[in-house]
Design a protein around this ligand. Structure first.
Ligand SMILES: [Mg+2]
Length: 361
């Protein structure tokens, strides 16, 4: 595998290459587009321009809680699946598209490797998933890209061979003992938002104080960004919570508010996101100017859309959205839940071992 690794860390500029057929799901017939109206990531206006109701509507849209069995929604679902087919069902086509290229894996954590649970501190991945991700990292360069603090996501995953990008990619670190997928020995470290640390701490304390009157609200300090989780807040209280968060964040023009799945995210206004983290990692692995790389990014969240879009724009590899519900997305394929993600990763491992005739990769 090390023979696939290229040079060490280079200047951070990534050219866009020509689109390839790999971007488009082979099963998608014709040119029909799923309406791009509801879900794609947008910054939330925090200076009073956007009505709080619109804000709460947006929270609902990014956090669907159930799939109603109305005919139109069922139609939506089947139309959406046509354009974002299951990555498991399309496995052979995906492998064909990757022929002759180095697969590089990027995995979100919450909702992708672990189920979404009521207490974010207890979002553990199963032992079986850990073994699968460990095997995957033996076969392909693998990175975890999460909104969580890097240390926290490492404590959940506990695999030393992986790259970790925490705080939405604002805190990136390579494997402690180097990686067999990378020739250069220098450790990768990228923290583009260091100057914001004192401000983030200050806002964290204010948000904890401000939201403590809303039952179920939980503020998480992710070091370079903050999360206000509302997965345990009654829906009728979402508006109140939105007001509370808005009243704090509006005092900090250098911070922006975005939405994830049952979470409001507060982060620096710097132009950095999971997509930039993906580009940085590809570059640090030595694949900046390569056409023979095939990045696969799997995630369930709005914030993962930045990475899906980068892959679509580069025309390399593709994104897989983890969702049971139709969502507007730049991903090409879908998987329904973490169990399906595990099956897909295991199939990649099995295919790699078989193709190399080497059980150890
Ligand atoms: Mg997620």
């Amino acid at each position: 595998m090390a023979s696939h690794a290229k040079s060490g860390l280079k200047a951070f500029t990534v050219p866009v290459s020509n689109p390839t057929a790999a971007q488009k799901p082979p099963a998608a017939p014709g040119n029909i587009l799923y309406p791009r109206k509801r879900f794609l990531s947008q910054n939330i206006e925090i200076n009073g321009v956007t009505r709080i109701n619109a804000w709460v509507d947006s929270m609902r849209a990014s956090s669907p809680t159930h799939l109603k069995s109305t005919p139109s929604l069922a139609e939506d679902q089947s139309s959406w699946m046509l354009h974002h087919p299951s990555a498991l069902q399309m496995f052979e086509q995906i492998i064909d598209a990757s022929k002759g290229k180095q697969i590089v894996m990027f995995l979100d954590y919450d909702g992708t490797l672990s189920p979404i649970v009521d207490d974010p501190d207890r979002a553990f991945m199963s032992d079986k998933m850990r073994v699968t991700v460990g095997n995957l990292a033996e076969c392909f360069p693998t990175a975890i890209v999460s909104g969580r603090c890097r240390d926290k996501v490492y404590k959940f995953v506990r695999l030393a061979e992986l790259y970790y990008a925490g705080s939405h990619g604002m805190d990136i670190k390579g494997p402690e003992k180097g990686s067999k997928h990378k020739k250069a020995s220098e450790s990768v470290l990228c923290q583009p938002a260091s100057e914001f640390l004192p401000m983030i701490d200050e806002v964290y304390k204010q948000l904890v104080e401000k939201t403590k009157s809303t039952p179920g609200a939980m503020v998480e300090n992710n070091k370079f960004c903050l999360s206000v989780h509302y997965r345990c807040v009654e829906e009728k209280k979402w508006s109140e919570l939105a007001q509370q968060v808005k009243s704090v964040v509006k005092e900090y023009p250098k911070l922006r508010l975005t939405q994830g799945r049952k979470v409001l995210e507060i982060r620096p206004t710097i132009k950095w996101d999971k997509g930039k983290a993906l580009e940085f990692l590809l570059e640090s692995l030595g694949f900046a100017n390569c056409t023979d790389v095939f990045p696969v990014y799997i995630g369930d969240d709005r914030t993962d859309e930045d990475a899906f879009k980068i892959l679509r724009d580069r025309g390399q590899g593709f994104g897989i959205l983890v969702s049971k519900f139709p969502k507007d997305t730049n991903a090409s394929y879908s998987l329904q839940e973490p169990d399906e993600v595990m099956d897909f990763l295991q199939r990649l491992v099995d295919w790699k071992k078989l193709s190399q005739g080497n059980p150890e990769c």
